[in-house]
Ligand binder design. Structure first.
Ligand code: ACM
Length: 497
């Protein structure tokens, strides 16, 4: 539908003719009432142009301006109002480029931030081939996301990735107009977040990782800084403390959580499902309360993820009791609970977000919970588990749910995963990367790219606006930005790069 090199594809894009706008020494961003967004936009344009694009307080009517506008209703963006939920509306935007100026309009700051990333993708070489000559084509882009939650989950427990790597992940996510970074902070192999009420967790269990590779953890300040960095790019951080299984790192640090009172040995293998909390121990509820209360307090966003997956050594009643205890603590701290699909076995507060991942039994498991008011987040492994190998020759990655080539991540319909579930019960789509075999930033980006771009388009773009052929053309342009950023990516044979 569009020849413009935009990923994800927008709802509508019209080229209006004429030369477009050439960034030059007179170009400035008009801050108006939005100085923070203006400096973000100016920073992005400066990086594009190779010279500093300044911010000025006023002058929206003058030429050579980049103007930011918050508007009150979707009609002012050129969107039909009907059917635009508040979660989708925050991401909606309009970009208008003329020979005189660039206007970015949105209903919320997030939409303006997305609009700025559209300018980056539209930028083409300018008329004078010198450095910094950048031309934006004359266009009107009017756009709104299909889903409000467009995420990526990163496992920093099996292998640790420091704040700098996560900032690059955030940059890549922002460029794809993704808006949720879910951090899998704890697992059998390591505990990656300092929890002030329980300092032993990182003192003891941040040191380990799969294969005796180096560990690491985020301090309270690290998480605060990363969260602010992400928010300035339109991305909400969702921390996950995986309970009541995947807890060996906690049991190794805190012997009081085991029936014998003895800490477990550290674990650096890649088996799953063997570790567990015990509902009957008097130490368990205080542990949950301390950890989840601290994590909620460290989280400006509305969500805390309590895990809940793969507890293979526990009766259902005890599992439900532990999940419900954790959920009550998170809700008492004012946050909405997110959990992997297994939490559907517990009694959930309406509005809880249930994350489907294992297609073998996911649909049957989550359907009753969704009918009772839970919301569905879709992470079907065979489509969006980006740690699965591309094909049999991929040097790293797992294979338990098959191989996931680029087109597998692209060609699927979120509403077909749990047939019959209404679109209004689906909050969105989240890719995931588990790091059992992922040891370096190069490994990480090699598995993420280009598949994350495919998932971003599934999450953002209405199904009738998507086409594999069009994606193939557009993602080739995008790959140049990965090259410029020095990121390693996979040259899928499905695309003529
Ligand atoms: C999971 O992959 N165990 C959520």
């Amino acid at each position: 539908m569009t020849d413009l090199p935009l990923v994800p594809a927008p709802l509508s894009a019209t080229t209006t003719g004429g030369p477009g706008y050439v960034l030059g020494p007179r170009t400035r961003v008009v801050a108006g009432a939005l100085p923070d967004v203006a400096s973000t936009v100016a920073h992005r344009l400066s990086r594009l142009a190779g010279f500093a694009v300044p911010v000025t307080a006023n002058g929206a009517d003058e030429p050579d301006t980049v103007v930011l506008r918050l508007v009150d209703d979707a009609a002012a963006l050129g969107l039909p109002d009907a059917g635009l939920s508040p979660e989708r509306a925050v991401g909606a935007y309009r970009v208008e480029v003329t020979e005189r100026r660039v206007t970015l309009s949105a209903l919320a700051v997030d939409g303006l931030l997305h609009a700025a990333t559209v300018l980056e993708q539209l930028a083409a070489p300018g008329p004078d081939a010198g450095p910094g000559a950048v031309r934006l084509p004359a266009v009107v882009v009017v756009d709104a996301p299909r889903f409000g939650w467009r995420g990526l989950s990163v496992d920093v427990a099996r292998h640790f990735f420091g704040p700098e790597v996560l900032r690059t992940v955030v940059d890549v996510m922002a460029s794809l107009r993704l808006n949720v970074l879910h951090l899998h902070l704890t697992d059998d192999q390591g505990w990656r977040l300092d929890v002030p009420s329980r300092p032993q967790l990182v003192d003891v269990s941040s040191k380990t990782a799969v294969g005796d590779d180096p560990g690491g953890y985020y301090s309270v300040d690290d998480l605060a800084e990363l969260t602010a960095y992400a928010r300035a790019r339109g991305i909400t951080v969702v921390p996950e403390i995986d309970l009541p299984g995947h807890v060996n790192a906690a049991l190794h640090a805190l012997g009081e959580l085991t029936p014998s009172g003895e800490p477990t040995d550290p674990y650096t293998g890649i088996e799953v499902g063997f570790s567990r909390l015990h509902a009957d121990l008097p130490t368990t509820e205080p542990f949950l309360r301390d950890v989840l209360t601290d994590v909620a307090a460290m989280t400006p966003g509305p969500y805390v993820h309590v895990g809940g997956d793969e507890v293979h050594t526990m009766e259902r009643a005890e599992y439900a009791r532990l999940v419900e205890t954790a959920a009550r603590i998170v809700e008492g701290a004012g946050k909405t609970v997110v959990g992997w699909q297994e939490v559907a076995k517990a009694t959930l507060t309406p509005g809880t977000v249930v994350q489907l991942w294992d297609e073998r039994d996911g649909a049957e498991l989550v359907r009753p919970a969704v009918e009772a008011g839970a919301l569905l987040l879709l992470s079907p492994a065979s489509k969006v588990y980006l740690d699965l190998k591309y094909d049999a020759s991929t040097p790293i990655g797992l294979e338990w749910a098959g191989h996931v080539e680029l087109r597998d991540s692209y060609d699927w319909d979120p509403l077909a995963v749990v047939p019959g579930v209404p679109e209004s019960s689906v909050v969105g789509v989240e890719a995931a990367i588990w790091t059992e075999t992922v040891r370096t930033p190069e490994d990480l980006f090699f598995l993420l790219l280009p598949r994350l771009a495919a998932v971003a388009e599934v999450a953002w773009t209405q199904g009738d606006r998507r086409s594999w052929e069009g994606f193939g053309v557009r993602v080739r342009h995008l790959a140049r930005s990965w090259d410029r950023a020095g990121l390693r990516w996979y040259r899928s044979p499905q695309i003529p790069w």
